[in-house]
Ligand binder design. Structure first.
Ligand SMILES: C[S@@+](CC[C@H](N)C(=O)[O-])C[C@H]1O[C@@H](n2cnc3c(N)ncnc32)[C@H](O)[C@@H]1O
Length: 213
């Protein structure tokens, strides 16, 4: 399984926890910012049903084709090529969501502000971002030199609050394991290093649920 599919597999639980906590259901309109291959967009589409709508937004034009492939069975998914900093949708949505996005952008504050502007009053902004250095291989801290903000998850509650959102809930979850399995395979595809029999804690994902007043 490639990195994308593995990521979706090992971080499935934090996504499910967040969507369950939100009570998302049929007819919701959502934007998935930094949608990548569209795994989150498809999960959202399954929850909102045919009457809902999911805008899958990514700055990389190649993502549009990937989302189109992943969401072929879901006509309610609309893939758009846009930077999160320039987010502009044809309607205000019930939910603006991002996962593993803010660690890569130049100015996370600007993207969170645009997400807050994209939702209707009473709507939700939900972000799931890692604290990379809190991950461990055999007790040693992980690093991610290529990411602009590898520990942005640690700042996430404040980022949403400073965008004018009410922080309704916030927590962290980390997949962990030892020996062969999806956790070891994900780590290897991310770093090129097979952890062998060393215990692994993947970077915790901080989830913040923010509500627009
Ligand atoms: C690590 S992937 C995460 C994909 C998906 N959210 C997930 O959790 O599986 C990050 C994605 O963010 C996109 N991205 C990076 N900077 C962006 C920006 N400023 N605006 C929108 N998308 C961006 C990248 O093209 C990439 O597809």
């Amino acid at each position: 399984m490639e990195l994308r599919g593995l990521r979706d597999d090992v971080y499935r639980r934090p996504l499910a926890t967040a969507l369950d906590r939100l009570g998302i259901g049929p007819g919701w309109t959502c934007v998935d910012v930094g949608a990548g291959g569209g795994d989150v967009s498809v999960a959202l589409a399954e929850m909102v049903g045919r009457d809902g709508r999911i805008y899958a937004v990514d700055s990389d034009p190649a993502a549009r084709d990937e989302v189109a492939r992943a969401a072929a069975a879901h006509t309610q998914v609309i893939a758009l090529t846009q930077a999160g900093e320039d987010l502009s949708l044809p309607e205000q949505v019930d939910l603006a969501f991002c996962r593993f996005l803010l660690l890569h952008v130049i100015e996370p504050e600007a993207v969170v502000r645009m997400m807050a502007a994209a939702v209707r009053p009473g709507g939700w902004v939900v972000a799931q971002e890692p604290v990379t250095s809190a991950g461990r291989i055999a007790g040693t801290a992980l690093s991610m030199p290529d990411a602009r903000h590898p520990d942005v998850g640690a700042l996430l509650p404040a980022l949403l609050r400073d965008a004018g959102l009410e922080v309704v809930d916030a927590w962290a979850e980390a997949p962990a394991g030892v020996g062969p399995g999806p956790v070891a395979r994900y780590l290897e595809s991310l770093t090129g290093v097979d952890p062998g029999d060393d215990p692994v804690v993947l970077p915790p994902l901080v989830t913040v649920l923010g509500r627009k007043p």
